[in-house]
Write a protein that binds this ligand. Structure first.
Ligand SMILES: NC(=O)c1ccc[n+]([C@@H]2O[C@H](COP(=O)([O-])OP(=O)(O)OC[C@H]3O[C@@H](n4cnc5c(N)ncnc54)[C@H](O)[C@@H]3O)[C@@H](O)[C@H]2O)c1
Length: 391
């Protein structure tokens, strides 16, 4: 089959690789009909996440048709012919963490847990196409994929719904929603969101769904800010405005009730700390850049919440802990606990309360993946979100 492979920093190729096969009784094989490139894939593309190997198949946002199931998958859970969206986190459904709906902390789905334990103390769940530290699983930017614990993760797509309507249930809609949910939004709240990428877009829409009175979105990419404004957000263009001052103006001098970090470890900016990050990264003193995170902490009102869904892989520096401590901030963060959100969010789509497809800017063939990575990475050609079609 054809698949998108990681071939070193800033190089992806479409190569012929062996088709996946059932390895364990609870596996299923999916024929992929739509797959996307995520901001998280850019961290692999740019070489921020360790333990990638040449030839690794990328992709963790995908959906398609079940063409084979293992003997351990009960037919009331999944059958050949079902159309499914696959969550990016792999979860066993039986461990202490899965039982508490902390799906992205599953204790059984990372066969390389020892690597993550050395880095983080404990391992997160296995992830599709996301380095050997999270399992070394082949990803879904391919014609077919093997889905482990297929009786737990995949969500069946109701008849009549298109791929474009549901594909983002595989990751970014639940992620944006969890980011907003972690803010414990009350009526009257102002939520500030750093990053108007696909995750930020869903965080904006979810914050409104959860009752925020005002959502302020921060970025510098014109078409992304435009899309955020279309969803009702007040925009701060980080190129021309002082974010802190503008946020105080918009909140009667108090600061936002919660700040969502939807940028992650490649955040950039024009202030001293952002230049410090670049120097520290170049000299191997840090692994991640934290400019947006620092701004979230500094701008959040006293007693507010900083909700972090932007991905960090290792060590950051110059975190203003004095501000966080003395303002009494609450920090919440994590990889998304996907299976908590997929069904309820499907219902929001069915009810017409949200149209996820409005963020798609490009529909391309799988073969065009190298070009797609380029335009998504550099925000060229109005690229907000790419859906790749294997056929
Ligand atoms: N927690 C999870 O489970 C989860 C799931 C999916 C994605 N993510 C992460 O969410 C983050 C966003 O994903 P995406 O797909 O939207 O990525 P993206 O790269 O397309 O978007 C990031 C946006 O942030 C903007 N940005 C950069 N620096 C900024 C700054 N200092 N202030 C404000 N905006 C800034 C960029 O211009 C860009 O529009 C990534 O780190 C990704 O890895 C996390």
């Amino acid at each position: 089959m054809k698949a998108v492979t990681w071939c070193g920093k800033k190089t992806v190729k479409v190569e012929n690789v062996p088709d996946p096969t059932i390895l364990n009784p609870r596996d299923a094989i999916i024929k992929i009909t739509s797959t996307c490139i995520c901001g998280s894939d850019l961290h692999l593309y740019d070489g921020y996440i360790p333990t990638m190997q040449r030839g690794d198949i990328l992709g963790h946002e995908f959906m398609g048709e079940v063409i084979e199931v293992g003997k351990g998958v009960a037919s009331d859970k999944l059958r050949v012919g079902d159309r499914v969206v696959v969550p990016f986190t792999i979860a066993c459904g039986n461990c202490f963490f899965c039982k508490q709906q902390l799906w992205s902390s599953c204790d059984n789905s990372n066969p390389n847990a020892w690597i993550a334990e050395k880095a983080f103390g404990f391992t997160p769940s296995g992830l599709f196409g996301y380095s050997h530290m999270t399992g070394g699983y082949a990803g879904g930017q391919a014609e077919f994929a093997r889905v482990p614990y297929a009786d737990v993760g995949p969500l069946k797509v109701p008849e009549g719904m298109t791929d474009d309507q549901v594909i983002f249930l595989s990751d970014i809609f639940p992620t944006g929603y969890m980011a907003a949910e972690m803010c414990d939004i009350k009526s009257g709240d102002t939520i500030a969101i750093w990053g108007c990428g696909p995750v930020g877009q869903f965080a904006i829409r979810s914050a409104f769904l959860l009752g925020a009175s005002q959502v302020v979105a921060i970025d510098s990419v014109p078409e992304r800010m435009e899309l955020a404004a279309k969803a009702g957000a007040t925009i701060i263009d980080m190129r021309d405005e002082w974010i802190y001052d503008r946020l105080l103006d918009l909140t009667g001098g108090r600061g936002p009730d919660a700040c969502i970090e939807a940028v992650g470890n490649e955040s950039h900016g024009g202030t001293l700390d952002a230049y410090y990050d670049m120097a520290a990264l170049a000299t191997f003193q840090v692994t991640d850049k934290a400019h947006a995170l620092r701004q979230c902490i500094n701008c959040c009102r006293k007693g507010g919440t900083v909700s972090i869904v932007g991905v960090y892989g290792g060590i950051v520096d110059k975190i203003p802990m004095g501000a966080a401590m003395n303002k009494g901030l609450t920090f919440r963060m994590g990889q998304t606990h996907m299976m908590r959100y997929m069904k309820p969010l499907l219902e929001h789509i069915q009810a017409g309360r949200i149209d996820p497809s409005e963020i798609i800017s490009h529909r391309l063939l799988l073969e065009e993946a190298p070009h797609a990575y380029e335009i998504f990475k550099h925000k060229r050609d109005g690229c907000v979100k790419v859906v790749l079609k294997p056929n």
